[in-house]
Write a protein that binds this ligand. Structure first.
Ligand code: C2O
Ligand code: CU
Length: 408
């Protein structure tokens, strides 16, 4: 079980950890002896301080996924800081303006380090959290193992040219193992898997989606399957009707469960709407950019040197995709010209997914663009710095699918 750290000043020590996964004892990577890393919590408006002490034999960086923080705290090689060498520590300090479900993870050789477990939940509580009996974090994770059930060290080229490194072991890592029938619970679903998109079916809960990627919905929304691409989050508030199970409908497998015991009177109150986070409003003329996603197995030619490319460049281009003054409203048209799905994640900002007719939809930090499809997003560039914009299928990122924006 991942531990919950109690203080507000945290120390995170990335290091090898012995753990049991898929029933096989093995050495993976974790933080502070915990696999995956401990849950970090703070309250909206707090100042978080985290010292990262590198206990690995390799470099490391930690990125605070989804947080709108000062650029130099973002944990990104080249754009915001140097890699932290072994035995060296680095202090991160940032205010947390938004309440919600976030996560942290290695941002160095991330397709390797995250796939071994260098990630953990980062929960920012509302000033007045909704009335629930249990606040439960659920991390959907998959890992590729070899015939003996240990982490597969083979990184075959096909893992980088197709849908990615899709694991054969699948699990839902839950922060609580029992609840009562009738309890009201908040489920914080996080997908830290490096490449897998889940089609998650939750049984045993009658509830609604109340937030996506940490940001509250204006109206709670009913759900059937919840699509969660790598890096995305979803908060569900609901009442327990039976044993809770988490299953992936695409793989046809149950990933985990939360047992029920006893019974209590159910609440009669409706599922509440979460208080909104402060968000910038679009104004002024829109600055436009186009981003064409190219490459992969069976894909056409492009101008980049890697498997994947964005606008004919593999890897971070010398010039940013967009160079905007602080406060600029940017509209980015994404077009997926490949035969695979991709989830584009922007650092330091959230953005609106736009509908076909340009209406603003969900406010997120990662958008799933299916094979052959396109989507426009609208973003108010209010956070100065150099911000990475990349596919969060980490095998794709490793092989070229990354660009950046500059906010002056
Ligand atoms: Cu969750 Cu650039 O990453
Ligand atoms: Cu991708």
């Amino acid at each position: 079980m991942p531990s919950v750290a109690a203080a507000q000043n945290y120390v995170l020590r990335p290091e090898p950890v012995m753990t049991s996964l898929g029933g096989v004892r093995q050495e993976l990577l974790g933080f502070n002896g915990s696999w995956p890393g401990p849950e970090l919590r703070a309250r909206q408006g707090d100042d978080m301080r985290v010292r990262v002490e590198n206990g690995l034999k390799d470099g490391v960086l930690v990125h605070w996924h989804g947080l709108r923080l000062p650029n130099r705290m973002d944990g990104v090689n080249v754009l915001t800081q140097d890699v932290i060498p072994p035995d060296v520590s680095n202090d991160y300090r940032f205010p947390v303006p938004d309440a919600g479900t976030f996560w942290y993870h290695s941002h160095y050789l991330s397709y390797d380090q995250v796939s071994r477990g260098l990630f953990g939940p980062l929960i920012i509580d509302e000033q007045q959290p909704p009335d629930v009996d249990h606040d439960i974090t659920v991390q959907l994770f998959d890992m590729l193992t070899d015939d003996s059930g240990v982490y597969d060290e083979d990184t075959g080229a096909e893992q980088f040219t197709s849908a990615g490194r899709i694991g054969n072991v699948m699990t839902a890592i839950v922060s609580r193992e029992t609840v009562q029938r009738g309890d009201r619970v908040r489920l914080r679903l996080i997908n830290p898997s490096i490449d897998r998109v889940y089609s998650l079916r939750i049984n045993g809960i009658e509830g609604m989606i109340v937030a996506l990627d940490g940001m509250p919905l204006e109206q709670p929304r009913p759900f059937e399957d919840i699509i969660l691409a790598p890096g995305q989050r979803c908060d569900v508030l609901g009442d327990v009707s039976d044993e809770i199970t988490f299953a992936d409908d695409d793989a046809g497998r149950t990933l985990g469960r939360i047992a029920v015991h006893r019974q209590r009177q159910r609440r009669t109150t409706a599922i509440p709407t979460l208080p909104p986070n402060p968000m910038p409003q679009p104004k002024g003329r829109e600055v436009k950019a186009r981003l064409v996603i190219q490459g992969g197995a069976g894909g056409g030619k492009h101008g980049g040197f890697g498997t994947w490319a964005l606008n004919d460049v593999s890897g971070l281009p010398r010039e940013p995709l967009l160079n905007g003054r602080r406060g600029t409203t940017a509209r980015i048209s994404l077009r997926n010209d490949t035969g695979y799905d991709h989830v584009m994640h922007l650092h330091g900002h959230h953005f609106w997914e736009l509908s076909e007719n340009g209406e603003p939809g969900d406010y997120r930090d990662g958008t799933l663009v299916r094979a052959g499809e396109g989507r426009d997003i609208l973003c108010v560039l209010d956070n100065p710095g150099n911000w990475m914009f990349h596919c969060h299928m980490l095998s794709h990122q490793a092989d070229g699918m990354a660009t950046w924006l500059r906010v002056g």
